[in-house]
Write a protein that binds this ligand. Structure first.
Ligand code: CAA
Length: 248
């Protein structure tokens, strides 16, 4: 297996951590991005990974800022070499029904979940196409596919991510670069823990698989798309939702 440098935005979060672990166990050099204000937490995370036998790199960067992403990527590439794998996983929720949603709640979710994908990918795409290899995976959501009560901001951002995937996949397909979306369903992390319990229980009761997803379910799918042999899968949206939403 070719050892690649992989950047995972939001890499210290629930799903991000599992993706970092999976890619690191496959032998890649993994860099977990974190929000600059959370330096102490990121260092503790790195220590925890070390205790589990995994050498992870960490990189501060605000994915909602184009310049912060430019600085972060320049720093990573000068330290570790070119980024061949990018997983855009940073994301937040600010759930409110539209009639109560503030402009800040709309903007923050669009900036962090959607504009981030441009802010980060823009700085790696030329390197990937010129080297003739790249894997970009955008972590969207079932709620981008079906919409969700209380998530006009999040559903719009997550649907937008897949529009980006489909366009950039076409631009890069002839250059050995694949761009895909993974759309997790309800996955057990701090994000779903923060939901009102009754709302969460009602949604879980509708999942045909009879359980929430695990972070390992998502990491498996991301690693599959990042594989050397996955070069013909591009522009796809892979649902990992236990049957909660099906389409073709
Ligand atoms: N469908 C229809 N009606 C619903 C509803 C639904 N799904 N959910 C709530 N309602 C109703 C309530 O019964 C209530 O009705 P009444 O006014 O008649 O009593 C009304 O809508 C409440 O509306 P409000 O505007 O007052 O909303 P609220 O301030 O009480 O809070 C909410 C609403 C914040 C959206 C809350 O329902 C909530 O947190 N929902 C969870 C949203 C969700 O699924 N988030 C996912 C987070 S995890 C994630 O995003 C990861 C991922 O990718 C899957």
């Amino acid at each position: 297996m070719t050892k690649r440098v992989a950047l995972v935005t939001g890499g210290t979060g629930g799903i991000g951590t599992e993706i970092c672990k999976k890619l690191a166990r496959q032998g890649h050099v993994v860099v977990a991005n974190y929000l600059p204000a959370l330096q102490a937490e990121a260092e503790a995370w790195q220590q925890q990974m070390k205790a589990e036998g995994l050498d992870m790199h960490i990189a501060a960067g605000d994915v909602s800022s184009f310049q912060s992403c430019a600085d972060m990527i320049q720093d990573i590439e000068s330290r570790l070499g070119p980024i061949d794998i990018l997983v855009n996983c940073a994301g937040i929720t600010k759930d409110k029904t539209l009639r109560k949603m503030t402009e800040d709640q709309w903007r923050d979710v669009i900036n962090i979940n959607l504009n981030s994908v441009f802010n980060v990918t823009r700085h790696v795409v030329e390197g990937m196409t010129s080297r003739g290899f790249g894997r970009v995976v955008n972590i969207s959501s079932v709620n981008g596919q079906k919409g969700q009560f209380g998530q006009a901001n999040y559903s719009a951002a997550k649907a937008g991510m897949h529009g980006f995937t489909m366009a950039v996949a076409q631009e890069t397909a002839a250059k050995g670069v694949t761009v895909n979306t993974v759309s997790p369903g309800y996955t057990a992390t701090a994000m779903t823990d923060a939901m009102p319990e009754d709302v969460r229980n009602a949604i879980v009761a509708q999942i045909p698989a009879g359980r929430m997803g695990t972070t390992a379910d998502i990491a498996f799918t991301v690693a599959m798309l990042c594989d050397e042999e996955a070069g013909y899968i591009t522009g796809a949206n892979i649902p990992v939702n236990g049957g909660l939403f099906t389409s073709f």
